[in-house]
Design a binder for this molecule. Structure first.
Ligand code: GDP
Ligand code: CA
Length: 324
């Protein structure tokens, strides 16, 4: 089975880890491959280094090096470099990077500086984390540098800040007026991205943030058309449980684009290509858009087996839809 999945950071990575666990425990799925198309809209240059938060979260989570409670960053981290930068007064003071994490960003920046593309750099990092051995190919959505910016007004007129500043420093508490993806007009999909969608047996949308993770990937020219055109069923998993995002501020992002924070409304964002939609049991009786086969399941990824069950349900739904 060739599985292609779009992914943001923590929600995407935890789902993908469940997907690999489900493949491992299911004999019929032996030899399956998973191609992940990662969001790069969160990317930011900090301390002179290129940081790709969502790609790194996928790498660390699938590679077994993630800080489990936090959901991002490395386990058993130290913060010596961060402390020294603070003592030197080097901004920003609102974004902390651990020492091991710095290693990733130094290597990435070095290789980008030597002329490698982000895809090539990501492939090297994926090797470090053993992803190819598990049948996983991790592709950034684009090699073109893009950055999601957020237009906010803190009383002195509208201004754009980097998505990370809004999310981390402002904790998304200042209302977003809109999102602008700098560089997207010049962006092209990274090598392999469109093919992975067109040639997949099933395409999965993990419960990643529908606006600033999945929504950004969908904005890469060609991606949405490939999803509309692929013969593979496209199955999504709702990020909302009991009417709320499980973590983070997806509700604030949805409100900025005028969409209510409900699973039905999120499905409408994907309605032009979505075939199957997994919602939480709490949404079992809620009407979903016509033409989308909906299934209710417990959608809390409390541990790896729970995430594996969700991924398994998504694959099963995809298989049923393929048999149409
Ligand atoms: P980020 O880039 O780190 O913000 O991560 P993603 O965009 O990949 O995923 C964030 C989304 O994952 C949030 O909107 C959460 O609601 C969703 N999420 C996190 N944990 C769970 C979970 O256990 N179940 C479901 N259904 N969604 C989850
Ligand atoms: Ca993210």
């Amino acid at each position: 089975m060739r599985v292609t999945a779009l992914s943001g950071g923590v929600g995407g990575a935890r789902f993908l880890r469940g997907l690999l666990a489900h493949i491992d425990r299911t004999p019929e799925l032996a030899g399956s491959t998973v191609t992940v198309i990662g969001n790069t809209g969160d990317d930011i240059t900090l301390f002179g280094l290129r940081v790709c938060p969502d790609i790194d979260t996928v790498l660390y989570t699938l590679g077994g090096g993630v800080h489990e409670a936090q959901g991002w960053g490395r386990s058993d981290e130290t913060y010596a470099v961060h402390g020294e930068l603070g003592a030197l007064g080097v901004p920003p003071d609102w974004f902390s990077l651990g020492d091991k994490d710095f290693g990733t960003h130094i290597a990435r920046s070095l290789w980008l500086g030597q002329g490698l593309s982000l895809s090539q750099v990501t492939a090297r990092l994926a090797q470090r984390w053993g992803l190819p051995d598990r049948g996983v190919t991790l592709l950034p959505m684009t090699d073109t540098p893009v950055e999601t910016h957020v237009v906010v007004d803190e009383g002195e007129g509208p201004r754009a800040v980097h998505f990370q500043e809004w999310w981390v420093r402002m904790r998304a508490a200042v209302p977003a007026e809109r999102f602008v993806v700098a560089g997207m007009d010049r962006a092209t999909p990274a090598p392999g991205v469109l093919d992975a969608i067109r040639t997949a047996d099933v395409v999965l949308l993990p419960p990643s943030n529908p606006v600033v993770s999945i929504g950004i990937i969908l904005g890469v020219p060609g991606v949405r058309d490939a999803l509309r055109g692929t013969r593979a069923p496209v199955v999504g998993v709702s990020p909302l449980v009991s009417g709320r995002p499980v973590r983070g501020h997806a509700d604030a992002c949805l409100s900025a684009i005028g969409i209510p924070a409900t699973s039905a409304a999120v499905a409408t964002l994907y309605a032009d290509f979505l075939d199957g939609w997994l919602v939480d049991d709490s949404d079992a009786d809620v009407a979903m858009p016509d033409g989308v086969r909906t299934l209710a399941r417990p959608l809390l990824m409390t541990d790896i087996p729970a995430a594996a069950d969700i991924a398994g349900a998504a694959l099963d739904l995809g298989r049923d839809l393929r048999g149409r």
